[in-house]
Write a protein that binds this ligand. Structure first.
Ligand SMILES: [Zn+2]
Length: 167
């Protein structure tokens, strides 16, 4: 104890300090640690392949769809909450991308080679585009669900408790 310090008496210890003690200013940083996933994260191509073939991206055994495009609430084998994942517009986007790149070159080729009337184009390409998009949509949506699993989405991203360590 320094010589000029007053001895600590019980009454001095109980009196509050004159100014409130403020903690030092520091910026708050969110946690960048990976959140704990409720399922083991699958490999990239494995997750896409399993989802595209209507298999659970995580375990490869349960189903992804309960109807043409409706997701099961959870995998019946590993209970991964697949129904909470939100593929939203990603599947139609990729379907349009694929169908457009596969079918538009023949459209241009037929037009340039034969120059048929417009009703022939409509009668030929509209059913082809419809069939191609209908057949592609389900496997592509399954692959998007697999991608969401690979990226670590849980479906709880909209909940407010994103940063549980926030002071
Ligand atoms: Zn599963």
């Amino acid at each position: 104890m320094p010589a000029d310090a007053a001895p600590l008496t019980p009454s001095a210890a109980l009196t509050p300090p004159a100014a409130p003690i403020t903690p030092p200013l520091e910026s708050w940083e969110p946690s960048r640690a990976e959140p704990a996933l409720p399922y083991p994260r699958p490999e990239f191509w494995q997750a896409l392949r399993r989802g595209a073939t209507n298999r659970c991206p995580v375990c490869g055994q349960g189903r992804v769809f309960r109807s043409y495009l409706g997701l099961v609430p959870e995998c019946e084998v590993c209970h991964t909450p697949l129904g909470k994942l939100r593929p939203d517009d990603a599947a139609p986007y990729f379907v349009i991308l694929l169908a457009g790149h596969v079918l538009l070159p023949p459209v241009f080729w037929v037009e340039r080679a034969f120059q048929p009337p417009m009703w022939v184009h409509m009668a030929l390409w509209l059913p082809l585009f419809t069939i191609a998009c209908t057949l592609l949509l389900r496997p592509v949506k399954g692959a998007v669900v697999g991608l969401l699993c690979r990226l670590g989405f849980t479906g709880n991203e909209h909940l407010p408790n994103l940063y549980p360590d926030k002071p």
